[in-house]
Every structure is written in structure tokens, then in C-alpha cells.
Design a protein around this ligand. Structure first.
Ligand SMILES: [Zn+2]
Length: 104
């Protein structure tokens, strides 16, 4: 489980970076950053899953664990948005509605 833990830790600052992007006024830059990080997350998740299968996990379990490591990113993203500014979209658990509807 060392590889998934490291990958989850790796994903936290990536999520923070995306969140900071969405806290900035230029939504286009934020979408570009999110798209780039999202694309590179696919091979990263695949590597995690392959390592888990090689360690004896089933493919379904490896997929689920790799997916969970990726879910750390929205946590980092929402943390950054809450710290540095209003998002274009609301984060789960927000008690106050965003000033504008989510539109990308
Ligand atoms: Zn990454």
C-alpha cells in the first residue's frame, strides 16, 4: 500500500494547484490547468493500479484503490478555493451558495 499512499500524497498539492487556479480571476487558465493535471492523472492512476495488480490485488480492487487516491485532489482543490477565494463552482459541504452559477 506504499504506492497508493504516496500517490494520494502527491495528488493533494495537485488539487491545491487546481484550486488556486480556480480562485484566480481567469477561468480559462484554471480550466487549462485542470485539464492538464487531469490528463496526466490518467497514466498516474494506471501506474498505481498496475503496481497493485503486480502485488496480487484483483483488477477491480486495484482500480478502486487507484480511484480513491485520485479523490484526494478535489479535497486539495476545495481547500485552496476556501483559502484563497471564491470558486466558479461550489464545493461539497459549502453552506453558502456561490455568487454565480457554475459555468465552464
Ligand atoms: Zn500527478
Amino acid at each position: 500500500m506504499e504506492v497508493p499512499m504516496r500517490h494520494a500524497l502527491h495528488n493533494l498539492p495537485e488539487g491545491l494547484a487546481v484550486g488556486v487556479g480556480f480562485a484566480a480571476p481567469d477561468l480559462g487558465n484554471a480550466v487549462s490547468l485542470m485539464t492538464g493535471i487531469g490528463i496526466q492523472n490518467m497514466p498516474e492512476g494506471l501506474v498505481v493500479a498496475i503496481a497493485l495488480v503486480a502485488a496480487g490485488r484483483t483488477r477491480a480492487r486495484a482500480f478502486a484503490i487507484a480511484l480513491l487516491t485520485g479523490l484526494v485532489e478535489p479535497v486539495g482543490g476545495c481547500s485552496a478555493v476556501r483559502r484563497w477565494g471564491w470558486p466558479a463552482c461550489s464545493c461539497p459541504g459549502d453552506s453558502v451558495a456561490p455568487p454565480a452559477p457554475c459555468s465552464l
